[in-house]
Every structure is written in C-alpha cells, then in structure tokens.
Design a binder for this molecule. Sequence first.
Ligand SMILES: NCCC[C@H](N)C(=O)O
Ligand SMILES: NC(=O)OP(=O)(O)O
Length: 318
Amino acid sequence: MTVKTAEYKKISDKKDFLTVTDVNSQQLYQLLELAKEIKQKHAEGVPYAPLRGKTLAMIFEKSSTRTRVSFEVGMLQLGGHALFLTDRDLQIGRGETISDTAKVLSEYVNGIMIRTFEHEKVEELAKEGSIPVINGLTDSVHPCQALADLLTIQEVKGELKGLKLAYIGDGNNVAHSLLHACALAGMDISVATPEGYEPCDEIVAETLQIAAATGSKVEIVTDPHLAVKEADVVYSDVWTSMGQESENEKRLNDFEGFQVNSELVKAAKPDYLFMHCLPAHREEEVSTEVIDGPNSVVFHQAGNRLHAQKAILVDLLS
Ligand SMILES: NCCC[C@H](N)C(=O)O
Ligand SMILES: NC(=O)OP(=O)(O)O
C-alpha cells in the first residue's frame, strides 16, 4: 500500500477533511503511509516541497499550541506558507458571514484550516468556498488529532488492526474522532464516561456502521476498569473542553473515579501505551506518574500532528 510521493495520486475523493469519515478505511491507511513517507523524507533531509507557492489560511476561534504550530511549520516544510488569523483579526468577528468569508478567501488562498465551536460553521465554510477546508477541531470532532494518534500507535505497535484502545473521560470531540478512526482502522474501542457524558448518539451510530464492515468491537460503558481491561492503548483528555469553562467545578465532581492512574492501568496490557491529545491537567484526568511514566507516548503523539497533517495538506492542496 505504499504511496509514492514522486508519482503522487490523490487519496481522498473529498475536497475537504472535516471528519475522519471523510475517508474510507483504505484511504485512511493510505494517508498513514503517506504521512510516514513524508516524515521519513524530512528526517533524511530529502527536499520535498509540493506546496511551493501555496497558502493556507488558518482561522482560530479557540486557543491552540499544537494545531497552530504544526500546521504553520507543516506548510513551511512543504514549501508553502500559512496565515494565522483569529476572529479578532477577521471581519467574521464583526458579523461578516461565513459564506462571504469562504468566497473571499477562495480568491486568495489554496486552503483553509479552521478551529471553531459549532461544527456546522466548518461545514458551511467548506460548502460555500471552492478550496479545501481542514477541520482543526470543533465542539464535535478533532479529526487531525485522531489521524496523528493512529500514526503513533502504528509506529510503536507496528499494526493497528485488532488492537484495543480504551478512552477514559468525557465523550467529547476527541472521543468522537477516536471512535471513527478506530472503527475505520479495524481497532477495538471501549469508551468509559460518567453517566450523562456519553459520546453523541449520531457518532456512535456512524461508528457501529463502520465497525460492522471492519470487524472492530465498539463498547460504550460507565466503568473505566471495564474499558481498560486488556487495552493496548489507554487514552485520556481534559474533563472540561474549550468553551465549557463555566462547568469546570461540576465536571471535577462528576468525573471522580475517571482519572487514569497507576491503579487503573493495572488492568491494561503490561506494554500499554498512554496517550493524551494535550494540553493535560496532571492529577485531574491523569496522574503525573502515568503521563510522565515509561508507557506514555504523549510527546511522540504531539510530534506526529505535524507529519499526519502534512499528509492531509499534500493530499488536499497539491
Ligand atoms: N487540544 C485539544 C483539546 C481537546 C479538548 N477536548 C477541547 O476541545 O478543549
Ligand atoms: N491537541 C491539540 O489539538 O492541541 P492544541 O489545542 O494545542 O492545538
């Protein structure tokens, strides 16, 4: 399944990458191969600049360290250029419509990466503009993260199919994209959340449909010990996502017992990987001992945002 960058053939048949399900299983594995190939080229210092002269507009309506820096550096390494824009800089912040913004940006740049609140906004931007739109996180999903996560698991474990990922915490954007990604990759996924914080029904239904074809087992439970049992990967994310800050105190109470710590991971396989999309709150969703311990791959995972996204950029913009 090697994708030779020299004789590049587009992988995705969509204009945009708004959710992991914008690609099918085969395309997902091809994107991972492409990411590895581009990563290897970069490590060896082989010049590779398929996006020379291309510009990516990056719109951020929420904070970011990894997404902002990895997309900007990724564009630069691929020979292109990125513009960092916030709603304070753009007229969107003063009421210009998404539709008009999409049409105007389509006149200037070759692609848009956006991080915002409502997923519908990203869909509208993609529908109204003529250029590719990449989702850098919405309240609903975080597809670039999940692609980088699969790349990391594949690099460390050598395979994806048949492995079990346990996600412990909030049934949020990261959980949603992991559900999609694991099902497409043929991995088993068990999500443990407190009652009332389950992943959304629509995403679970989509996941089950994909899983029926790929053979993944999908489990949504309220017992973290059950989810972690025999897991190859234990994953956590913050309990309070961006935009939910007013719920922080209630969430701290509601998520008691959902911390990934040395006691919980005893049920996982001895060579389990600990993953977290970061930023992390040590001693809340994860103990310091686990996130800074020998099974943690969180910085390798963060690094792979760059390589996974370069594959998406090459596929959609070149
Ligand atoms: N950096 C990724 C943050 C993910 C988190 N669920 C949030 O939406 O804030
Ligand atoms: N994981 C992630 O998306 O990080 P940032 O919020 O820093 O971009």
